[in-house]
Design a protein around this ligand. Structure first.
Ligand code: 5AD
Ligand code: SF4
Length: 439
């Protein structure tokens, strides 16, 4: 049996695409191996959101080249966003690559592998014609009780720093009947938690024909009706489109978790304008306040960028104060990285590296302090936890996540996939510690 290995970079959409890649390869009769070194078919599912993602990839492809040089029978396929963006130059830059495919044409990899068996050509780029949802492909999920469900692809926003719209194209929503059929199938398979995925979930449905359209709030309500699904998450919303109907649906639907990942990007209205986010600091804070008022115990996490072109000390101070005012439960923090053909890459006032470094360090420190503070508030309370397995740091403990999406290490007796109530006894900045109080 031929053996395969998939290395994944980037966001949850990519992680989900990799599940489909695995499922497809297994259907073709390949078996997964844990190490790249053991694989006959090496697949890299790439990201291009920041420069760092690319330099990491280059190192990985270097290793793949060494392996291929030692054993020319091995195949190397590169998919995902970097492949899409570099499709013109990919084979020049990395001649070791046999096949490349964009995020909208994952099925093309399977077609190529099947053809390759019969002596097919190498060095081609698989487009698979039209962009396709991957739902037609089998998925090899990491956990039996959790699943991602793609609700849209592409993005119609014009954030001036972001390459995603170029890579993943215009937004295209999946038909509600297809989404719901998939979720019902997952529930029948024992899935209890789903995460709805889209580049901007709040604009879901706007491109659908009026007679077959649900908006995001309606989609949440429909998903909530599916028997067996205990938890619904979604990522990522755009604050500009997060309207009160979605907040109302979150309140109404028992299975929708008390967590919103709400990317703010900056706390400075001036920078937000240059980023073309179409909301300002006040509107973001008002939205966060409305959500907290409507949804008790809501956790809000965010994405923040430092060092956007033209960001002054004062702008950065505004980001720091936004973190404090919004009381984020967590944040992914990024150093601004100029991307090809984005508007911001050609703006004047690019911020020196050492200033970016200094800012991100200060930001991370503050985010950790704020997150710790939020976690402290949970101590003494009881949280519902979906058990994921053993603790990563202590074999005697179990690990799971609360509805607010915080990791809990706890003592107790439960199997992965079970929901247990855990009394929270202590915290670190990122995790909680507790003891199970009910099966
Ligand atoms: N530089 C730094 N961070 C970026 N992000 C997107 N584009 C860039 C960029 N050019 C961040 C944003 C986004 C997250 C997925 O990545 O914060 O929300
Ligand atoms: Fe995901 Fe964006 Fe990276 Fe593509 S470029 S994998 S959409 S984070």
């Amino acid at each position: 049996m031929r053996r395969y290995h998939v290395t994944t970079f980037g966001c949850q959409m990519n992680a989900h695409d990799s599940e489909r890649i695995r499922g497809m390869l297994e259907e073709l009769g390949l078996g997964e191996v844990a190490e790249l070194e053991q694989a006959d078919v090496m697949v890299f599912n790439t990201c291009t959101i920041r420069e760092k993602a690319e330099s990491r990839l280059a190192a990985h492809l270097g290793l793949a080249k060494t392996l291929k040089d030692a054993d020319p029978g091995r195949l190397l396929a590169v998919g995902g966003c970097f492949a899409e963006v570099q499709r013109e130059r990919l084979f020049e830059q990395f001649p070791q690559v046999d096949f490349a495919f964009g995020p909208g044409s994952i099925a093309a990899l399977g077609e190529w592998l099947a053809a390759e068996r019969n002596g097919g050509a190498s060095g081609s780029f698989g487009t698979g014609g039209e962009r396709r949802f991957t739902a037609e492909l089998p998925a090899r999920r990491e956990r039996a009780f959790q699943a991602w469900v793609q609700i849209s692809m592409g993005c119609n926003s014009v954030c001036s720093y972001c390459i995603v719209p170029t890579v993943r194209g215009r937004e295209m929503s999946r038909a509600p009947v297809e989404i719901l059929a998939e979720i019902k199938g997952l529930a029948a398979d024992g899935v209890r938690e789903i995460t709805l995925l889209g580049q901007n979930v709040n604009s879901y449905g706007r491109d659908l024909p009026a007679d077959r359209r649900l908006d995001f709030a309606e989609l949440l309500r429909a998903c909530d009706q599916v028997e067996g699904i205990e938890r619904i998450r979604f990522t990522s919303p755009h604050p500009k489109d997060f309207r009160s109907d979605v907040i109302a649906a979150m309140v109404e639907c028992d299975s929708v978790c008390e967590h919103a990942h709400l990317p703010a990007q900056s706390g400075s209205s001036r920078i937000l304008k240059a980023m073309r986010r179409t909301y300002d600091r006040e509107r973001f804070l008002a939205l966060a306040a409305d959500m907290r008022a409507a949804i008790p115990d809501l956790a809000i996490t965010t994405d923040l960028i430092v060092g956007f072109p033209g960001e002054t000390d004062e702008d950065f101070a505004q980001t720091l104060s936004l973190v404090e005012q919004a009381g984020f439960d967590g944040a992914y923090t990024f150093v601004y990285s100029p991307r090809y053909e984005t508007e911001a890459a050609s703006l004047s006032g690019q911020v020196p590296e050492e200033v970016k470094r200094e800012r991100i360090e200060r930001l991370i420190e503050l985010v950790q302090a704020t997150a710790s503070e939020q976690n402290e508030r949970r101590v003494g309370g009881v949280e519902q936890v979906l058990v994921e397995g053993k603790s990563r740091t202590d074999d005697a403990l179990l690990r799971g996540r609360t509805r607010r999406n915080t990791t809990v290490n706890f003592s107790g007796d439960a199997a992965p996939g079970e929901l247990v109530d855990v009394r929270i006894e202590a915290t670190t900045s990122t995790t909680l510690r507790g003891i199970a109080v009910s099966p």
